[in-house]
Design a protein around this ligand. Structure first.
Ligand code: DON
Length: 309
Protein backbone atom coordinates (compact mmCIF):
# COMPACT_ATOMS: atom_id res chain seq x y z
CA UNK A 1 0.00 0.00 0.00
CA UNK A 2 1.52 3.40 -0.92
CA UNK A 3 2.10 5.87 1.87
CA UNK A 4 -0.34 8.80 1.95
CA UNK A 5 1.00 12.30 2.44
CA UNK A 6 -0.66 13.74 5.53
CA UNK A 7 -1.54 17.44 5.89
CA UNK A 8 -1.39 17.22 9.69
CA UNK A 9 2.06 15.62 9.65
CA UNK A 10 3.23 18.21 7.13
CA UNK A 11 2.31 21.00 9.56
CA UNK A 12 4.19 19.28 12.40
CA UNK A 13 7.24 18.78 10.16
CA UNK A 14 7.14 22.45 9.19
CA UNK A 15 7.05 23.47 12.85
CA UNK A 16 9.83 21.06 13.91
CA UNK A 17 12.03 21.98 10.94
CA UNK A 18 12.72 25.34 12.56
CA UNK A 19 14.99 23.47 14.98
CA UNK A 20 17.26 21.86 12.38
CA UNK A 21 19.46 24.98 12.53
CA UNK A 22 20.25 24.18 16.18
CA UNK A 23 21.95 20.92 15.22
CA UNK A 24 24.89 19.64 13.20
CA UNK A 25 25.27 16.55 11.04
CA UNK A 26 27.63 13.90 12.40
CA UNK A 27 31.00 14.05 10.70
CA UNK A 28 33.13 11.74 12.84
CA UNK A 29 32.03 9.17 10.26
CA UNK A 30 33.15 11.28 7.27
CA UNK A 31 30.56 9.91 4.84
CA UNK A 32 27.68 10.98 7.14
CA UNK A 33 28.93 14.57 6.98
CA UNK A 34 27.49 14.81 3.46
CA UNK A 35 23.86 14.77 4.68
CA UNK A 36 21.68 17.85 4.28
CA UNK A 37 21.07 19.27 7.78
CA UNK A 38 17.74 20.76 6.66
CA UNK A 39 16.11 17.42 5.90
CA UNK A 40 13.22 16.21 8.02
CA UNK A 41 10.77 13.46 7.19
CA UNK A 42 8.44 11.06 8.97
CA UNK A 43 6.40 7.97 8.20
CA UNK A 44 3.84 6.39 10.52
CA UNK A 45 2.98 2.77 9.90
CA UNK A 46 -0.27 1.34 11.30
CA UNK A 47 -0.92 -2.36 12.01
CA UNK A 48 -3.65 -2.48 9.35
CA UNK A 49 -1.11 -1.58 6.66
CA UNK A 50 -2.00 2.09 6.37
CA UNK A 51 0.86 4.52 6.27
CA UNK A 52 0.96 8.31 6.48
CA UNK A 53 3.95 10.52 5.91
CA UNK A 54 5.46 13.96 5.39
CA UNK A 55 8.76 15.04 3.86
CA UNK A 56 11.01 13.19 1.49
CA UNK A 57 10.41 9.66 2.74
CA UNK A 58 12.17 8.03 -0.20
CA UNK A 59 15.55 9.18 1.02
CA UNK A 60 17.65 6.33 2.33
CA UNK A 61 19.37 6.50 5.68
CA UNK A 62 21.82 4.20 7.39
CA UNK A 63 20.60 2.72 10.66
CA UNK A 64 23.71 3.43 12.76
CA UNK A 65 22.70 2.95 16.40
CA UNK A 66 19.12 2.07 15.49
CA UNK A 67 20.60 -1.25 14.41
CA UNK A 68 21.55 -1.91 18.04
CA UNK A 69 18.00 -2.63 19.11
CA UNK A 70 17.47 -4.96 16.16
CA UNK A 71 20.73 -6.85 16.68
CA UNK A 72 19.77 -7.19 20.35
CA UNK A 73 16.43 -8.79 19.38
CA UNK A 74 18.24 -11.10 16.98
CA UNK A 75 20.87 -12.19 19.48
CA UNK A 76 18.28 -12.75 22.23
CA UNK A 77 16.56 -15.14 19.82
CA UNK A 78 19.87 -16.76 18.80
CA UNK A 79 21.41 -17.21 22.23
CA UNK A 80 18.72 -16.86 24.88
CA UNK A 81 18.36 -14.28 27.64
CA UNK A 82 20.81 -15.64 30.22
CA UNK A 83 23.70 -16.02 27.75
CA UNK A 84 23.21 -12.46 26.48
CA UNK A 85 22.76 -10.79 29.86
CA UNK A 86 25.78 -12.55 31.31
CA UNK A 87 27.78 -10.49 28.81
CA UNK A 88 25.93 -7.19 28.66
CA UNK A 89 23.98 -5.40 31.39
CA UNK A 90 20.55 -3.79 31.69
CA UNK A 91 21.33 -0.43 33.27
CA UNK A 92 21.40 3.06 31.73
CA UNK A 93 24.75 4.84 31.96
CA UNK A 94 24.09 8.57 31.83
CA UNK A 95 27.26 8.73 29.69
CA UNK A 96 27.66 9.52 25.97
CA UNK A 97 27.08 6.61 23.57
CA UNK A 98 30.77 6.06 22.82
CA UNK A 99 32.12 6.47 26.35
CA UNK A 100 34.77 4.09 27.61
CA UNK A 101 34.78 5.50 31.16
CA UNK A 102 32.43 3.07 32.94
CA UNK A 103 34.08 -0.04 31.49
CA UNK A 104 37.20 0.56 33.51
CA UNK A 105 35.39 1.02 36.78
CA UNK A 106 33.19 -2.08 36.44
CA UNK A 107 34.21 -5.57 37.48
CA UNK A 108 33.75 -7.62 35.40
CA UNK A 109 34.22 -5.14 32.56
CA UNK A 110 30.80 -5.97 31.18
CA UNK A 111 29.17 -3.04 29.30
CA UNK A 112 26.24 -1.57 31.21
CA UNK A 113 23.68 -1.92 28.41
CA UNK A 114 23.35 -2.99 24.75
CA UNK A 115 22.54 0.50 23.42
CA UNK A 116 25.92 2.14 24.12
CA UNK A 117 28.68 1.30 21.66
CA UNK A 118 30.56 -1.00 24.08
CA UNK A 119 27.40 -3.06 24.68
CA UNK A 120 26.41 -3.09 21.03
CA UNK A 121 29.84 -4.41 20.03
CA UNK A 122 29.35 -7.28 22.48
CA UNK A 123 25.88 -7.94 21.03
CA UNK A 124 27.25 -7.99 17.46
CA UNK A 125 30.00 -10.33 18.67
CA UNK A 126 27.24 -12.73 19.75
CA UNK A 127 25.61 -12.99 16.29
CA UNK A 128 25.99 -16.63 15.30
CA UNK A 129 27.40 -17.76 11.94
CA UNK A 130 30.36 -19.23 10.10
CA UNK A 131 31.88 -15.99 8.84
CA UNK A 132 31.36 -12.22 8.93
CA UNK A 133 29.52 -12.54 5.62
CA UNK A 134 27.23 -15.27 6.95
CA UNK A 135 26.53 -13.44 10.23
CA UNK A 136 25.80 -10.20 8.39
CA UNK A 137 23.40 -11.89 5.99
CA UNK A 138 21.56 -13.61 8.83
CA UNK A 139 21.01 -10.23 10.52
CA UNK A 140 20.09 -8.59 7.21
CA UNK A 141 17.54 -11.35 6.54
CA UNK A 142 15.88 -10.61 9.89
CA UNK A 143 15.75 -6.89 9.12
CA UNK A 144 14.26 -7.54 5.68
CA UNK A 145 11.59 -9.67 7.31
CA UNK A 146 10.76 -6.98 9.90
CA UNK A 147 10.43 -4.33 7.21
CA UNK A 148 8.89 -6.74 4.70
CA UNK A 149 11.35 -5.37 2.18
CA UNK A 150 13.70 -7.84 0.49
CA UNK A 151 15.54 -4.98 -1.24
CA UNK A 152 17.15 -3.67 1.96
CA UNK A 153 20.95 -3.70 1.78
CA UNK A 154 23.81 -1.69 3.20
CA UNK A 155 25.79 1.33 2.06
CA UNK A 156 29.35 0.22 1.36
CA UNK A 157 30.69 3.77 1.38
CA UNK A 158 29.35 4.51 4.86
CA UNK A 159 30.53 1.14 6.18
CA UNK A 160 34.03 1.69 4.81
CA UNK A 161 34.12 5.29 6.00
CA UNK A 162 33.31 4.15 9.55
CA UNK A 163 35.60 1.11 9.45
CA UNK A 164 38.56 3.27 8.44
CA UNK A 165 38.01 5.81 11.19
CA UNK A 166 36.47 3.80 14.07
CA UNK A 167 39.42 4.04 16.40
CA UNK A 168 37.35 4.66 19.50
CA UNK A 169 35.26 1.55 18.78
CA UNK A 170 38.54 -0.31 18.14
CA UNK A 171 39.75 0.80 21.56
CA UNK A 172 36.49 -0.43 23.14
CA UNK A 173 36.90 -3.79 21.38
CA UNK A 174 40.48 -4.25 22.55
CA UNK A 175 39.48 -3.39 26.09
CA UNK A 176 36.63 -5.93 25.95
CA UNK A 177 38.93 -8.50 24.41
CA UNK A 178 41.49 -8.03 27.16
CA UNK A 179 38.70 -8.86 29.64
CA UNK A 180 37.48 -11.84 27.57
CA UNK A 181 34.02 -10.31 27.05
CA UNK A 182 34.72 -10.66 23.35
CA UNK A 183 36.98 -13.33 21.94
CA UNK A 184 36.98 -12.86 18.16
CA UNK A 185 39.37 -10.93 15.95
CA UNK A 186 38.76 -7.20 16.51
CA UNK A 187 38.98 -6.27 12.82
CA UNK A 188 36.41 -8.91 11.92
CA UNK A 189 34.05 -7.68 14.59
CA UNK A 190 34.47 -4.09 13.39
CA UNK A 191 33.85 -5.19 9.82
CA UNK A 192 30.56 -6.80 10.89
CA UNK A 193 29.56 -3.94 13.21
CA UNK A 194 30.22 -1.18 10.65
CA UNK A 195 28.25 -3.09 8.00
CA UNK A 196 25.40 -3.55 10.48
CA UNK A 197 25.42 0.21 11.22
CA UNK A 198 25.45 0.96 7.47
CA UNK A 199 22.29 -1.06 6.69
CA UNK A 200 20.17 1.41 4.82
CA UNK A 201 16.46 1.98 4.37
CA UNK A 202 13.88 4.73 4.09
CA UNK A 203 11.54 6.10 6.79
CA UNK A 204 8.77 3.85 5.62
CA UNK A 205 10.77 0.70 6.34
CA UNK A 206 11.83 2.19 9.65
CA UNK A 207 8.19 2.89 10.55
CA UNK A 208 7.23 -0.66 9.66
CA UNK A 209 9.93 -2.10 11.90
CA UNK A 210 8.70 0.20 14.68
CA UNK A 211 5.19 -1.17 14.10
CA UNK A 212 6.41 -4.76 14.63
CA UNK A 213 7.96 -3.78 17.98
CA UNK A 214 4.76 -1.87 18.84
CA UNK A 215 2.71 -4.98 18.11
CA UNK A 216 4.80 -7.20 20.43
CA UNK A 217 6.88 -8.77 17.67
CA UNK A 218 3.96 -9.92 15.55
CA UNK A 219 3.43 -8.89 11.96
CA UNK A 220 -0.31 -8.19 11.96
CA UNK A 221 -0.37 -8.15 8.17
CA UNK A 222 0.62 -11.79 7.73
CA UNK A 223 0.02 -13.06 11.27
CA UNK A 224 3.64 -14.15 11.74
CA UNK A 225 5.32 -13.81 15.13
CA UNK A 226 8.69 -12.51 13.91
CA UNK A 227 10.17 -12.30 17.38
CA UNK A 228 8.82 -13.63 20.68
CA UNK A 229 6.69 -11.18 22.68
CA UNK A 230 9.25 -11.18 25.50
CA UNK A 231 12.05 -10.16 23.13
CA UNK A 232 9.97 -7.24 21.81
CA UNK A 233 9.14 -6.24 25.39
CA UNK A 234 12.80 -6.25 26.46
CA UNK A 235 13.82 -4.22 23.39
CA UNK A 236 11.10 -1.62 24.01
CA UNK A 237 12.19 -1.36 27.65
CA UNK A 238 15.77 -0.66 26.55
CA UNK A 239 14.45 1.92 24.10
CA UNK A 240 12.79 3.74 27.01
CA UNK A 241 15.70 3.48 29.46
CA UNK A 242 18.68 3.83 27.08
CA UNK A 243 17.40 4.43 23.52
CA UNK A 244 18.33 8.12 23.46
CA UNK A 245 21.50 7.64 25.56
CA UNK A 246 22.03 10.29 28.20
CA UNK A 247 18.91 12.10 27.00
CA UNK A 248 16.64 9.10 27.71
CA UNK A 249 15.22 10.47 30.97
CA UNK A 250 14.19 13.81 29.48
CA UNK A 251 12.85 12.03 26.39
CA UNK A 252 10.72 9.70 28.56
CA UNK A 253 9.29 12.65 30.45
CA UNK A 254 8.61 14.88 27.45
CA UNK A 255 7.64 12.24 24.88
CA UNK A 256 7.10 8.86 26.55
CA UNK A 257 7.47 6.68 23.45
CA UNK A 258 9.96 3.78 23.20
CA UNK A 259 12.47 5.04 20.62
CA UNK A 260 15.97 4.45 19.29
CA UNK A 261 18.14 7.04 17.60
CA UNK A 262 21.14 6.86 15.29
CA UNK A 263 23.84 9.38 14.36
CA UNK A 264 22.60 9.36 10.79
CA UNK A 265 19.62 11.30 12.19
CA UNK A 266 17.18 8.41 12.12
CA UNK A 267 14.74 7.64 14.93
CA UNK A 268 12.71 4.45 15.23
CA UNK A 269 9.62 4.80 17.41
CA UNK A 270 7.18 2.16 18.62
CA UNK A 271 3.93 3.35 20.18
CA UNK A 272 2.80 0.21 22.03
CA UNK A 273 -0.28 -1.38 20.49
CA UNK A 274 -0.77 1.54 18.11
CA UNK A 275 1.83 2.17 15.39
CA UNK A 276 5.46 2.48 14.36
CA UNK A 277 7.30 5.69 13.51
CA UNK A 278 10.28 6.29 11.22
CA UNK A 279 11.96 9.70 11.27
CA UNK A 280 14.91 11.14 9.40
CA UNK A 281 16.47 14.46 10.39
CA UNK A 282 20.27 14.42 10.20
CA UNK A 283 20.99 17.60 12.22
CA UNK A 284 21.95 16.28 15.66
CA UNK A 285 22.06 17.76 19.14
CA UNK A 286 25.18 17.47 21.31
CA UNK A 287 24.09 14.02 22.53
CA UNK A 288 23.89 12.59 19.01
CA UNK A 289 20.10 12.58 18.64
CA UNK A 290 18.15 14.22 15.78
CA UNK A 291 17.30 17.67 17.11
CA UNK A 292 14.27 18.30 14.88
CA UNK A 293 13.28 14.62 15.04
CA UNK A 294 12.93 14.87 18.80
CA UNK A 295 10.96 18.10 18.44
CA UNK A 296 8.69 16.40 15.93
CA UNK A 297 8.09 13.47 18.29
CA UNK A 298 7.38 15.90 21.10
CA UNK A 299 4.72 17.68 19.02
CA UNK A 300 3.24 14.36 17.93
CA UNK A 301 3.16 12.98 21.47
CA UNK A 302 1.55 16.13 22.89
CA UNK A 303 -1.01 16.55 20.10
CA UNK A 304 -2.12 12.92 20.10
CA UNK A 305 -1.45 12.03 23.75
CA UNK A 306 0.94 9.25 22.90
CA UNK A 307 2.98 9.08 26.10
CA UNK A 308 2.78 5.63 27.65
CA UNK A 309 3.20 7.05 31.15
O1 DON B 1 29.47 3.18 16.40
C1 DON B 1 29.18 4.33 16.06
O2 DON B 1 29.73 5.32 16.55
C2 DON B 1 28.11 4.52 15.02
N1 DON B 1 28.17 3.50 14.02
C3 DON B 1 26.74 4.50 15.65
C4 DON B 1 26.59 5.51 16.76
C5 DON B 1 25.24 6.07 16.87
O3 DON B 1 24.43 6.01 15.97
C6 DON B 1 24.93 6.82 18.12
N2 DON B 1 23.62 7.43 18.03
N3 DON B 1 23.03 8.32 18.23
Amino acid sequence: MPCQTSGELKLLVKEAKRYTKDGKVADYIPELGRANPDDLSIAIHYPDGRCISAGDIDKKITLQSISKVISLAFVLMDRGFSYVFERVGMEPTGDPFNSIAKLETMAPAKPLNPMINAGALVVTHMINGDSVEDRFHRLLGFIRELADDPAIGYCEKVARSEYETANLNRALCYFLKQHQIITEDVEELLDLYTKQCAIEMNCLDLGRIGMIFAMDGRDPLNGKQIMPEDVARICKTFMVTCGMYNASGEFAIKIGIPAKSGVSGGILGAVPGKFGIGIFGPALDEKGNSVAGIKLLELLSKNYKLSMF
